[in-house]
Design a protein around this ligand. Structure first.
Ligand SMILES: C[S@@+](CC[C@H](N)C(=O)[O-])C[C@H]1O[C@@H](n2cnc3c(N)ncnc32)[C@H](O)[C@@H]1O
Length: 179
């Protein structure tokens, strides 16, 4: 499927909730050997990403306006992804809203199915409670194993990263590898 979408066979990495696409654009420019898919549910933001891809002639960056969980569950064939990136997902801090969080144990299972063996799931968040909760949800899926060597230090910035850095917020990062 991805070969048809990109017109070539290359590792595919997904940026979920890509926002205005600053991160996806930087990755696509820096790593032309990787195919990137930016997933964003808001039309205005998805359009911005598409414009960035066209303006910069980034043939390795596509954008989909769709719900992240639906995309991972229904549109990604098993083992078809090299990595999934989730940066600053909406934390939905109130307990009664936790059902809206992208990352939960069902998502962890779906993501594990979509990612190839040895592939990565990378999480960056400014919300400590979400970070700890995510760890527990991911642990429900035994195929995800914590990847202690990933620090995120090589990751380009994003819109929300810049915003939170200005506010002096702490940032929490963690990656899991598919066993
Ligand atoms: C806090 S922003 C972070 C944006 C970007 N990742 C960054 O680091 O700048 C969260 C983004 O995820 C998008 N989003 C939230 N829930 C989503 C979902 N279920 N599917 C797709 N996008 C979603 C929002 O529209 C928003 O653009």
């Amino acid at each position: 499927m991805w070969t048809d979408v990109f017109g070539r066979n290359a590792p595919v990495e997904i940026d979920l909730g890509a926002g205005d696409g600053v991160y996806a654009e930087a990755r696509a420019k820096r790593e032309p050997e990787i195919n990137f898919v930016a997933v964003e549910r808001l039309l205005g933001r998805a359009t911005k990403i598409a414009k960035k891809a066209v303006r910069n002639d980034l043939v390795n960056l596509k954008v989909l306006r769709i719900e992240s969980w639906y995309f991972i569950k229904n549109l990604c064939s098993p083992g078809s992804l090299a990595a999934i990136t989730l940066r600053y997902p909406d934390p939905w801090p109130k307990r009664r809203h936790h059902g809206n969080r992208i990352l939960n144990r069902v998502f962890a299972e779906d993501a594990s199915r979509a990612v190839e063996k040895g592939g990565l799931f990378k999480l960056t968040t400014d919300d400590l409670e979400y970070f700890e909760w995510s760890g527990k949800e991911m642990a429900q899926c035994p195929t995800w194993v914590l990847e202690p060597t990933w620090t995120g230090s090589n990751e380009p910035t994003s819109e929300f990263e810049e915003l939170f850095a200005k506010e002096g917020r702490n940032v929490y990062r963690r990656a899991w590898r598919k066993a």
